[in-house]
Design a protein. Sequence first.
Length: 529
Amino acid sequence: MNNTSMYLKQNVVAEPLFNQWYVWSYLISPATCPLYVANLHLKIMESFVSAPQIHAAAYKNPEMIGGPFINYDASKVNEIEALLEKTRKEQSHMLEFSEAIKSLDKMLVSEADGYSLEPLYQKIPDALRGYVELIYDLHNNPSFRFIEGLMYKSRYYDTSLQSMVLSLINGDYRPFVFSTPRLETPECLRLKMPFKSEGLDELFKMKNVAQPVGYIKDVLNIEDKDDELLASFFTEEAPPAPSRYTGDGVRVRYFSHACILIESNGTSILTDPVVSYKYDTDLDRFTFADLPDRIDYIVITHNHQDHCMYETLLQLRHKVGCVIVPRSSGAWVDPSLKWILQTIGFDNVREIDEMESIPVDGGTITGLPFLGEHCDLNIRTKTAYLVNLKGNSILIGADSCNIEPRLYQHVHDLVGDLDVLFLGMECDGAPLTWLYGPLLTNPVPRRMDRSRKLNGSNFDQAIDLVDRLNPKQVYVYAMGLEPWLIYLTSLQYEDDDLPIVESKKFVEACNKRDVQTETLFCKKEIFLT
C-alpha cells in the first residue's frame, strides 16, 4: 500500500447504513427501529420480490419518487430476497418487538379503564417487559413510554448491523435513498463498523490532513483485496485550507436546504447540516471544503431526515464542539436525539428547552417554540433557534408552521424585532402515514391521513409571522429546490406547485413592504454589521 501522504477526495460519498438501509434517526433508536424494520423494510422487500416490474415502472415515474418502491430491476430479485430472509432470521426479535407493541396497545385500549395500571404490568408482552412504563393522560387515556436509555443497552440496539459505504460522485443525481436497500457493488467499499468508531473520524480528517493510505487501511481494517478500490478514494492534491471568518461583524452562508453557517470572529454555528460534495458542476454551491476547521456548535431543529442527516453529521463529528438538540417528549413516537447522538459518538450533546438560552462567545443561542409539521403527534423534538451574535438577531425557523399567530406575538414581546428570519414554506407536505405510518398500530382513514400533513407555513401564515416579528431581511429556505437533494427529499417542484406559488407570493409581498426577501437556491452569503 502506497506510503505517500494522501487526502480523502472531496467527492467521496459516505452513506451510513443499518442492515443495508440508509440511516435516519428512527433507524438508530431501538425504540422505533424494530417498527420500521417490520412495517416498512419487510413490506417493501416482499412487494419487490413478488412484483419487481411494478417497482421498476414506478421508479421511472418522477411523481412516484419517494414512494415505497425499490430502485432496482428484476435482476436484483435474488439479492433482495436473500436480504429479506436474512432480516427475518437474524432480526426475529425485532419483529417480535413490533408485534408486542401492537399487542400492548390493544391490551391497554381494552383493559385500561382509568383505574390503577399496576395490575396490567403483568400482561405486558414479554419482549417489552422492563422497557416500558404505562401511563394515563389527564383524561384517563392509556399509553406508554419507553425507558429509552435502557434499550440502548439491550439486544434491540445492535451495532453489528451498522456500516458505512464509500463511493465516488461526479454529478448531482443520486437515487432516492429511503426506500431501497444498498446492495454490494464493485465500485463501493463497505466499512463494517459501528457509527461511533473513531476510525471514521480518522478517515474524514483526511479531507484536510494528509496521511498514508496504508495508515487508514490499518485503522479501518481494510482487506488486501480492496487496496485498489480504497486507493481510488484518495488524491495527492491538497484542498484549500479551511479557515474561520475573522471579520468584525457576522457572516452568514447558505449551504443548501436548511443548512446555514453563522460565523463571527469567535464563534461558528452550523444549522441542520446537509452539505454538498465537491465536483465539477454548473451550479455553484458551498461544500465540505468551505467549512471551517472547527465548528463550535451544530444546532438541529428537528428529527426529520432532511434536517438531521447522519451522512453529513458523521463526517463532521471530529471537528464539532457541541451539538444542541431539542428535548424529547418521552413519547415512544419521539425518540431522544440526545441519546441517538451520544450513542453514535458525539461527546458533547446538549438539550435545549423553549425559551432557554445558551451563552456563546459574542452572544446566545435561544430555543424558540416550533409548531406544526409533525402531523399533530406528541413530538416535542422540534425547536426553532434565535441566534444573537455580535448584536445581530437571526431566527432559524426551519419548517415552523404559524398555526397559532399569538405565539409569535408573545415571542416578539420578549425578543423584539429581528434582523434576519429564515423560514421554510413547504406548505403542501406528505401525509401522516408517509413518515410515521410504521409507528401506528391501527390503520388511519384516508381523509384523516391527508388532513394531518408535514406542512410548513403557507403565504398567510408566513406573512403574519413577518408582521409580528418585524425582520429586516427574510429568506425562504428548506424548500428542497437544489437538484442534488432529490435523493433526500424526493421533491421536484414545478412553477405551479403550491409551495412555489405561495413562496413567490410571499417574497413579492415582503419586498413591497421594503423587507429584503428572497427564496434561497444553491448559495448565498450575507454580511451583518
